[in-house]
Design a protein around this ligand. Structure first.
Ligand code: NAD
Length: 438
């Protein structure tokens, strides 16, 4: 049984830790945050992720998964150390690598024999060389180690499934010894013939950024097409259906909406762009995807403003859905933030509701009113804006919605309500790219 340390217990650290222990390894997940580790030790998972509770509980019971703040001891006892700390966006657009640097230093200080040091955090291309340097600089004695880049592709909201049944595992390892050991960590996947892509470190780092950027590009592209549909009387849903049937295009990530958010796409695109500028290579498509996305979020606030008569002044808007997408409590860069901020900045007020993310949004907007049901959030509001594609909004009782609102006004930024039903009920209504539906 391989002994593994995962440094950082965020979305990636907890899911990877639980998943890798489920593959039959002994894993200790460590963090500098004592409260977080204590909570995990008590069986409380600090994030919402479907299926994660069960996965963690099963592996803790099987004595394969542990949580600790004793990072040094854990590293010393491990064969493989994963870095899964955050790499948020710095003010200048670069990825902030201070947590990665701190983790590398701790690893160097505690190296006591051959180990694999593996980065799961998303780090700019070339960071592997710096991590090796930082580790070597803090080593007390000379020990051999191999460095591996093993980027993570899980999606929040489907992270457990994505980790246990990935499309591929990318292992950037410059030595065969390291690649073999890494393959062993993912043994059940390897046996199931999940593609294991062996590259050098730099290529693995590039695969992660190129993949995220491509997905974000697809979203920005379809949002632009949806905006054009609005103007010319085409239906974006039929457009995406017609496009997606083409195997070269695929229907995935062709959903128009209020713009992408989350902890990855916005910062990763910016880091990729900043990096490419340094290398004097233009990534104009990425630049366009970023600005289109910013505009899309603003565009949604414009649609809402138009629906309420041109001004938010003294208007109370029910913002339904706060998370950047469904099945997560993550609100980082969520389009709902732009919506709420614009309403408040322009003299309006907000009734907010999310099935899971009220608490996380409460840290950003502590003074708005939060509700535990969409019905209560809509009561006596002047309009509702659906910002997240939660299933419970899909099945909304539209008659009830109409009776709760001061005036029947709805912006559906996820295109999940039935336009015909809304029309029949005389809703003042808008969506993204489906204005033709009568
Ligand atoms: P997160 O912010 O949720 O969690 C990071 C954790 O690292 C925190 O608990 C923090 O306390 C801990 N940490 C920071 N410095 C530390 C240190 N020196 N020692 C120990 N622990 C430390 O981050 P996340 O969303 O899990 O993302 C982690 C990385 O994975 C990022 O680079 C991200 O881009 C990448 N990634 C994220 C996702 C995602 O969906 N969230 C998907 C793929 C890749």
């Amino acid at each position: 049984m391989r002994q593994i340390t995962i440094i950082g217990t965020g979305y990636v650290g907890i899911v990877s830790g639980a998943g890798i222990s489920d593959f039959g390894n002994k894993v200790v997940c460590v963090d500098i945050l004592e409260d977080k580790i204590q909570s995990l030790k008590n069986g409380n998972i600090p994030i919402y992720e479907p299926g994660l509770d069960d996965l963690v509980e099963r592996n803790v019971k099987a004595n394969r998964l542990y949580f600790s703040t004793n990072i040094s001891e854990s590293i010393q006892k491990s064969d493989i150390v994963f870095i899964a700390v955050g790499t948020p966006q710095a003010k200048d657009g670069h990825a902030d690598l201070s947590a990665v640097k701190a983790a590398s230093k701790t690893i160097g200080e505690n190296l006591n024999g051959y180990k694999i040091i593996c980065t799961k955090s998303t780090v700019p291309i070339g960071t592997g060389d710096n991590i090796i340097k930082w580790i070597k600089r803090s080593m007390k004695n000379k020990f051999e180690f191999d460095y591996v880049s093993n980027p993570e592709f899980l999606r929040e909201g489907a992270a457990v499934k994505d980790f246990l049944w990935p499309d591929r595992v990318v292992i950037g390892a410059n030595s065969d010894r390291a690649f073999k050991l890494m393959k062993d960590v993912y043994r059940p996947l390897y046996i199931n013939e999940t593609p294991m892509i062996h590259t050098n470190v730099t290529t693995a780092e590039m695969i992660k950024y190129a993949s995220n950027s491509f997905l974000a590009l697809k979203i920005s592209y379809i949002n632009e097409v949806a905006n054009l549909c609005d103007k010319v009387g085409a239906d974006i849903h039929q457009v995406t259906k017609g496009m997606g049937k083409d195997g070269r295009i695929s229907p995935k990530f062709l959903h128009p909406g209020p713009g992408f958010g989350g902890s990855c796409f916005p910062k990763d695109l910016m880091a990729f762009l900043t990096f490419s500028k340094e290398k004097k290579i233009e990534l104009k498509t990425i630049e366009a995807a970023i600005s289109t996305n910013i505009q899309q979020k603003i565009r949604m606030t414009g649609k809402m403003q138009t629906l309420v008569g041109g001004s938010f002044e003294n208007k109370k808007i029910a913002v339904l859905g706060l998370a950047f997408k469904s099945n997560t409590d993550d609100v980082r860069e969520s389009p709902a933030i732009t919506m709420i901020k614009t309403i408040l900045d322009n003299g309006g007020s907000v009734n907010a509701f999310d099935p899971i993310a009220n608490k996380t949004m409460g840290k950003i907007f502590p003074t708005i009113d939060y509700f535990t049901t969409w019905e209560n959030a809509c009561r006596d509001a002047d309009a509702a804006a659906i910002m997240t594609e939660w299933n419970e909004f899909r099945g909304m009782d539209l008659l009830l919605l109409k009776s709760l609102l001061n005036s029947p006004t709805v912006l559906d930024t996820r295109n999940i309500l039935n336009p015909k039903s809304l029309k029949e009920l005389n809703f003042n209504y808008d969506n993204v790219g489906r204005s033709i539906i009568e």
